[in-house]
Design a protein around this ligand. Structure first.
Ligand code: PHE
Length: 338
């Protein structure tokens, strides 16, 4: 019996050594170690071994099983290593890798993210509206009469069905009030479109950030405080903000907001950054017409609105001299903001 076991070991190791494929290896495992394999057969032969020989034969049996198991494992490792080596054949793994170009946020996106996060901290929620608008939402409800120059064919992109590309995001003020009762405190970033000659400071498609707050007893002081805080968060606590009387059909009183920019070595200069004002009662009346209720009655509520150019905000933030750089997608330019 001992001899037979030694022979089994010798044959098995020789056979395993000669294997060359993974499937052969699996077949050999079954043949020697499987339930009906040679080792199992030998161990069932233990029954017939004389009692005094059992310990020696048992030990041998274990030795054979271990030797075959180790041989199979070793062979398996060798076959895997050979396969890996073949996969690298003809490839020099010591060469440096090819760099994967990394993208970055567009400067406009940076500016928008910052602006939105400051305003959200102040309790403004995001709202949106369509870029293809009705005249009602873009003009009429905003107290902008038929003969206002902004409505001119030469200033606005009209579609044949009478709709138009919104000329400002103020249309979202109307859409929000039409669907949501006060109090509301929203911001609406988005694209706006005008029939302008394209140059360093004008594009036909640009970006605005609209804000609207309506509640009982909202005052001009709230508007000033909100915008001053906002610009100081963006440009530093010493930033000077100036409110200049202006006219917008949908706010009364109305203001333009200027920021004082101080660049080292240059004379400080005021730059116009936003329009704002207290919501005109005529706007609340228009909203009341659509809603057919008194929720926005100017007797009950007041509100402020503001709108600013995001492209211009990006120009100021990054010192970009020409708006066109923002839309040309020149990687050499955009890379600077990565
Ligand atoms: N919609 C105005 C513009 O595009 C900006 C504005 C918004 C003014 C809200 C007042 C209130 O110029």
């Amino acid at each position: 019996m001992l001899q037979e076991l030694d022979q089994l070991k010798t044959e098995a190791l020789a056979e395993i050594d000669g294997l060359s494929g993974e499937s052969d290896l699996e077949a050999a495992r079954v043949k020697f170690l499987g339930k009906k394999g040679s080792v199992a057969a030998a161990s069932s032969g233990m029954r017939d071994v004389a009692k005094e020989d059992k310990p020696a034969v048992g030990q041998k049996l274990n030795e054979v099983r271990t030797a075959i198991t180790d041989a199979l494992d070793e062979k398996n490792a060798a076959l895997t290593a050979a396969k890996d080596a073949a996969a690298f054949d003809g490839i020099d793994p010591s060469l440096p890798g090819r760099p994967i170009p990394q993208g970055a946020l567009h400067p406009l996106t940076h500016v928008l993210d910052n602006a939105v996060s400051v305003l959200r901290r102040m309790g403004f929620a995001l709202a949106e509206g369509p870029e293809i608008e009705t005249e009602w939402h873009c003009f009429d409800a905003l107290n902008t009469p038929e003969d206002h120059p902004a409505r001119n064919e030469s200033d606005t992109f009209y579609f044949e069905n009478g709709k138009l590309l919104r000329t400002h995001t103020s249309s979202v003020q109307i859409r929000t009030m039409e669907t949501t009762p006060p109090p509301i405190r929203i911001i609406a970033p988005g694209s706006a479109f005008r029939r302008d000659e394209i140059d360093a400071t004008h594009l036909t498609a640009f970006h605005q950030l609209e804000g609207l707050y309506v509640d009982e007893n909202v005052t001009l002081a709230d508007l000033k405080g909100t915008l001053e805080f906002f610009f100081r968060e963006l440009f530093g606590s010493k930033t000077e903000v100036r409110f200049r009387p202006h006219f917008f059909p949908f706010t009364e009183p109305s203001f333009e907001v200027d920021l004082k920019l101080e660049a080292p070595g240059k004379a400080a200069k005021w730059i116009e950054i936003a329009g704002c004002g207290m919501v005109d009662p005529a706007v609340f009346d228009a909203v009341g017409q659509t809603r057919d209720d008194e929720e926005y009655s100017p007797k009950k509520v007041t509100g402020f609105a503001f709108g600013m150019g995001l492209d211009r905000l990006a120009m100021i933030t990054y010192g970009i001299p020409d708006l066109r750089l923002l839309i040309e997608n020149d990687v050499r330019f955009l890379k600077q903001f990565a």
